[in-house]
Design a protein around this ligand. Structure first.
Ligand SMILES: Nc1ncnc2c1ncn2[C@@H]1O[C@H](COP(=O)(O)OP(=O)(O)OP(=O)(O)O)[C@@H](O)[C@H]1O
Ligand SMILES: [Mg+2]
Length: 260
């Protein structure tokens, strides 16, 4: 699988008569990184739920490498795509079981490598029994940031062709925030990435930004292009992302909207 994705005329509703996504057309090249942004309730998470086939489209089709995902075995689809959702899913079991899941064998070495890459290894090593430390249901013995990093280790350990990430909005301390930023950056490397981005740093790491508004794609472009267009992205940027520049000055070449 090379990881090319296409949404072709996709429409969807959870309940008949209440469309949540309408006429979505989006083609993502293999290896491309796409950020999805939009107001709450605009349909972002639904878009990725459809790609992972948690729900089926009502109209149109979604293709991976030109093949309708309904024709791909679920197992194969789930192996090709690593999904990290806003609310990290952990189960009662050891740290390593939580990283490996139940799928293809992942060696201890690969496990440790993945944890190292996404900065999860230091906190795991500090746990009483390291990688074999038992977690309770939902992993509540870990902090929010630790759960997030563990989810990233899981995603990376499976070496997927496609990364789907619904970035968590919950706030963590500045140090953890920087670790998470870097981990996301590494996760996206060399794979097609579809990311619901809440962090300006992630958005800037992406090749293209797709703006979803009331279930439709309304703007597509680079950060600079969309700011210049003064549309919905520009408004979102002013409301949500501008403050992040103060805390994490990622790209100093960005002009503030006042200067633009
Ligand atoms: N399982 C569900 N059943 C019924 N309606 C749903 C379900 N999940 C989401 N919706 C509705 O679909 C619409 C889009 O929701 P979605 O979760 O895709 O938004 P979102 O853009 O991800 O929002 P957020 O930024 O808050 O995560 C909303 O109106 C929501 O209430
Ligand atoms: Mg969502």
């Amino acid at each position: 699988m090379s990881g090319q994705i296409e949404f072709r005329d996709v429409s969807f509703s959870y309940t008949p008569g209440t469309p949540v996504l309408e006429e979505i057309n989006l083609s993502i090249a293999a290896g491309e990184k796409v950020a999805i942004v939009g107001a709450t309730g605009s349909g972002k998470s639904t878009l990725i739920s459809l790609l992972c086939r948690f729900y089926e489209v009502n109209q149109g089709q979604i293709l991976i490498d030109g093949v309708d995902i309904r024709e791909i075995e679920l197992d194969e689809l789930r192996q090709a795509i690593s999904v990290v959702l806003q609310d990290v899913f952990l189960f009662s079991g050891s740290i390593q079981e939580n990283v490996r899941l139940w799928e293809k064998p992942i060696s201890r070495q690969e496990l440790e490598w993945a944890a190292e890459q996404v900065h999860a290894a230091p906190f795991i090593r500090n746990l009483p029994e390291g990688f074999t430390t038992a977690l309770n249901e939902r992993g509540t013995t870990l902090s929010v940031g630790q759960r997030q990093l563990l989810a990233f280790a899981r995603a990376l350990a499976h070496q997927p062709r496609i990364l789907v990430l619904d970035e968590a909005t919950s706030s963590v301390d500045t140090e953890t925030e920087l670790l998470i930023q870097d981990a996301v950056h590494r996760l996206m490397e060399n794979r097609t990435s579809l990311i619901i981005a809440h962090r300006l740093s992630t958005i800037q790491d992406c090749d293209r930004i797709v703006v979803v508004h009331k279930g439709r794609i309304v703007e597509v472009g680079s950060h600079a292009e969309l700011l210049a267009a003064r549309g919905i992205y520009y408004k979102l940027y002013q409301l949500q992302y501008k403050d992040q520049l103060i805390l994490h000055p990622i790209d100093t070449s960005i002009q503030s909207p006042k200067q633009a």
